[in-house]
Every structure is written in structure tokens, then in C-alpha cells.
Design a protein around this ligand. Structure first.
Ligand code: FEO
Length: 174
């Protein structure tokens, strides 16, 4: 059975993942309103992935005999100054999520909860990828600052991103 401290930490992370999904959906809507459909697609896929992250916490809390307690999700921003500003906000958000995951891992260590340490390992690895993919787009946008047409090409490319559902949806521990 999961400890109260661990349960609280995972419920807080579940809320953070739901907020992440909400934030990226807001970014998708922002891009759709600018007719940057590829960027909007990238953000929609990102929002779906965050729902997968949220459900991993949901399922894990239940599996460990804990209680999922949903709280209000903060309203995300709705407007950004430029495509670069949006992706910089993604990167900053993912860096924040990495810090949150590290905090949850510290709780698992303090509680001597080996199962939770192992469960969190997936997220520790995932955050490396999350930061790296956001950073890659930020770099591209900075490089193309003076190249008209670059944004159009990038938009086409980001439009190709496809959501891949997790292989095993019933046991979402990995
Ligand atoms: Fe759930 Fe983007 O981290």
C-alpha cells in the first residue's frame, strides 16, 4: 500500500500532468487561430501524451491501493507573442515538470518506496526526451529568424507528428 505522503505527491503530479495537457491544448488552439496547422498538430499530440502521463499516475495510485483525488486545474495562458515564445514556454514548462518529477522521486526515496522509485524512472527518462524535443524546435525557430519561408517549412514538418498510444493501456506502468 502506498503511503499518505507518496499518495499526496502522486496526486499533485497527476494534477500537473493534466495541467500540461490543458496548456498544450491551449497552445494548439493558439496556433490554429494563426493558421499554423502543423504547429497546432504538434501541440495536440503533446496534449494527448500528457493525458497518457496523467493516466499512468491515475492507474498507479489505484494499483497501489491509494486514492485518486482530483483537484481544480489552473487555466493556461491563451496568447503568446510569437511561435518562438510558445516553444520557449514549452521548454520552460518541461524543465519545471522535470523538477517536479525529481521532487516526487525524492519523496519515494524518503519513504523507502522501491516500487515508486522504479515507476518514476520511466518519467525521469521521458523528461530527457520532452526537454530535448522542445529545445530542438526552439533552436530551429531561432536559426530561421531571418529566413522567410522557414516557418512554413517547420510547420509542414511539425504537422507530421503522430500520436502513438501506449502499447499496454491496461497496465500503464511503463
Ligand atoms: Fe508529462 Fe511533458 O511531461
Amino acid at each position: 500500500m502506498i503511503s499518505k505522503k507518496m499518495q499526496d505527491a502522486f496526486n499533485a503530479q497527476l494534477n500537473a500532468e493534466l495541467y500540461s495537457s490543458y496548456l498544450y491544448l491551449s497552445m494548439a488552439a493558439h496556433f490554429a487561430s494563426m493558421d499554423l496547422q502543423g504547429c497546432a498538430n504538434w501541440m495536440q499530440v503533446q496534449a494527448q501524451e500528457e493525458m497518457v502521463h496523467a493516466m499512468k499516475f491515475y492507474n498507479y495510485i489505484n494499483e497501489r491501493g491509494g486514492r485518486v483525488l482530483l483537484k481544480a486545474i489552473d487555466a493556461p495562458a491563451t496568447e503568446w507573442d510569437s511561435p518562438l515564445a510558445v516553444f520557449e514556454a514549452v521548454l520552460a514548462h518541461e524543465q519545471k515538470v522535470t523538477a517536479l518529477i525529481n521532487d516526487r522521486a525524492a519523496v519515494a526515496d524518503a519513504e523507502n518506496d522501491r516500487a515508486s522509485q522504479i515507476f518514476l524512472q520511466w518519467f525521469i527518462n521521458e523528461q530527457v526526451e520532452e526537454e530535448s524535443s522542445a529545445e530542438a524546435v526552439v533552436r530551429r525557430l531561432k536559426l530561421m529568424a531571418d529566413a522567410p519561408g522557414g516557418l512554413f517549412m517547420l510547420d509542414q514538418e511539425l504537422g507530421k507528428r503522430v500520436f502513438t498510444p501506449p502499447a499496454d493501456q491496461t497496465n500503464a506502468n511503463g
